[in-house]
Design a binder for this molecule. Sequence first.
Ligand SMILES: [Zn+2]
Length: 432
Amino acid sequence: MPVWNEKYETMKREELAQLQLERLQETLIRVYRRVSYYHNLFNKINFDPLDVSTLSDLKKIPYTTKDTLRLAYPYDMFAVPLREVVRIQSTYGTTGQPLIVGYTKNDIGHWTELTARVLSAGGVTEDDIIQICFPYGLFTGGLGFHYGAERIGASVIPSSEADIENQIIIMKDYRTTALTCTPSHAAWLCEVLEEKGVTPAELSLRKGLFGAEPWSESLRKEIEENLAISATDNYGITEIIGPGISFECANKSGLHISEDHFIPEIINPDTGDVLGWGEKGELVITTITKEAYPLIRYRTGDITHLSYEGCSCGRTFVKMERVFERNDDMIILNGQNMFPLQFEQILTEVIGRTPNYQLIIDKKDNLDKLEIQIEVSGDFFFDEMKKLTKIELQIIKGVKERFDFIPEIKLIEPKTIKRYLKKQKVIDRRYH
Ligand SMILES: [Zn+2]
């Protein structure tokens, strides 16, 4: 697979560290002068950005959190006047205050470069016809990848407005070779293709680049088999830039972080202590090229670890483990911490494939209760009661062994659970 930008992606670590230091110094001076939040913060802790001489000086600065960004709504974290901003994107804001981010012309240029790297590492070239099923709206997925794919020279089909049936017609008739969307959307496409009796041999699809939510290795395997493609993971969050922070290469052994634009750290999410190389914790990112919306030591809420082992693809950028846990997604049931993907793993092990499911949490007699609703479909029939009872018991056993409590299992009709752009696997009724 080609490396999009060899100069930066395969840079020697010492040179990279020097580049990061120079860019960090510039960024710290910029935020001190232009963002009142950082100006006041640096004054409060007696931090002079002109004194920064090593990368570890960054550790003197407190973390920036999502709450800080919300308090700055709408534009108080911007480091340039609005006349220099050429694009505004935001999180959906389904819960709480949305986070609004801005981009200057240079920011858009960098973002384009970053998503071109992601696509290129996933095998996309100028010969590809790429179908983008991420929405083109406030959400960063659509426009983010669109620019990168055009920069590569691929033929871009911005098809997210089409309904799922039409997306399949486009995929077939326009001979799409590469697909980018959320893994949930890819799984949904697989389901509809199966219903319509369209086989992968009738499609020209060869590669899939999926991101914007945690997804399991077993789901990757299923999507790869059902679509007859190679699927890579990529990672990005709106607050930092959108897609383009990190990406898998063909080795699929972790996601290379574009360290010429971002400095990653891993911290203990409870104490805030910085953890050593290889230790698992919350990912913290400092942007070092952003002009409109630079963030210093931003707590992403995502749990991962970093690996500095070399990669045979030639890229020297550090790799982060795939994100399977988002601090925001954590469920606390009767005092125990758990993540939706842990349940998905149990269901996949028992059923042999990843079902459509939902976790419903409620309170009964002051105790937290979990109901796992699973759609019964395909080779997993309603009439085989004996088989279903056995499956229910195996799921209960799996959950009991892992978390020491007994869930209720409810098998439901196919297509009962609503499909979303992103997974909404947990419904918590305890506080409503
Ligand atoms: Zn690699």
